[in-house]
Design a protein around this ligand. Sequence first.
Ligand SMILES: NC(=O)c1ccc[n+]([C@@H]2O[C@H](COP(=O)([O-])OP(=O)(O)OC[C@H]3O[C@@H](n4cnc5c(N)ncnc54)[C@H](O)[C@@H]3O)[C@@H](O)[C@H]2O)c1
Length: 384
Amino acid sequence: MKRQKVAVIGTGYIGVVHIEQLLRLPSAELVGVTDKNQTLAAEVAGRFGIRRVYASAEEILADPAVEVVHNCTPNNLHFSLNKQALLADKHVLSEKPLALSAAESGELTRLAQQRGLTTGINFCYRYYPVVQDAAVRVARGDIGAVYNILGHYLQDWLLYPTDYTWRLDPKMAGASNIVADLGSHWCDLAQFISGLKITEVMAELRTILPIRKRPKHGATLTFAVAADIAQEDVPVSLDEYGAMLLRFENGVNGTFTTSQLAAGRKCNIDIQVYGAKGSLAWNHERSAELWLGHRNEPNQIFFESPNLQAESTRRYAKLPSGHPMGHMDAVLNLFGDFYGAIALRQARRPVTYRYPNFEAGHDEMRVLEAAIASRKSGTWAKVG
Ligand SMILES: NC(=O)c1ccc[n+]([C@@H]2O[C@H](COP(=O)([O-])OP(=O)(O)OC[C@H]3O[C@@H](n4cnc5c(N)ncnc54)[C@H](O)[C@@H]3O)[C@@H](O)[C@H]2O)c1
């Protein structure tokens, strides 16, 4: 098997998650990393035995030996670095959101198609084995015609006014904090499991704490705890809470609620799909289980299994039945599909599975723009 030579840009929270999974993946060879914070990049490279610390993203993009780039920088750098990487003929796996606007994400999608490059976006929650199985169950009609898709994504890491992240700064995050961050994951899950696109949105997005305390010197990394450092007041206008009414294709309705100030909820993703014959539900806090709801017989809990899942999803359940997989494994599953797609396309063979590429990232940018338009107008907004 050919091993693709890969470099990672950004060695913060999610960059390290990428690095750890790349090191587990036989089809990837991690040749180097970079970060604006070169001390951090060197520390991370040392920790994982990575050969090279590049001086900048530009140095990676100019290196002909690098075939694939993972973009793990903050949102405001996704468009420009993804575009430069495509123009340098690299395959790109980007963090979400894909860009800061649908115009940008559309441009990236078209550029990748024109240049015949393989793209991916890290919508990792669809890669838990039973989530993959849920999509197959819906597609083969197990729950009948879908009526409603309901759910939430709740966290509490921004509960206190002293909690601060670049995600609250429009210059780095774009026009949305929480819908771009958590909403993009949930909407991807909803569209992936149901096979239906979101067509219209009515959104209430709110800033709960309009003033927060930001560390005076230097940024904090995601989920880092800022203690005993000088802080300054900073106004916040981006969304920290969102409630969305959704219309999907085929007249299906849904609702989605999200907050980063929900005390006690760390990463509580919940999705419920109700159909004419039955229902299914998944919650990230019990990520190995799929709940199957019935009207006239006892409900069931299906546990991920390399033997009992639909045949096409068994490869995602890598452990013997009864052993739960985790978040890192879901990311590894996604990378496996992405690198598998590169290999298949290089061998001129069809990719027969659905993996999140830039088109999926563009879908979420369009939903996000509709949510922002609805916040402004107070009415339904079509997904353009
Ligand atoms: N898919 C997921 O589940 C998931 C989870 C977390 C974060 N993310 C996404 O990943 C991205 C990064 O988030 P994070 O939580 O890791 O942030 P972070 O702040 O922890 O890390 C970002 C890193 O990028 C570096 N950086 C900034 N500018 C750079 C540049 N020009 N060149 C190289 N490095 C640069 C920073 O120094 C920092 O180390 C965000 O877009 C976020 O939405 C996705």
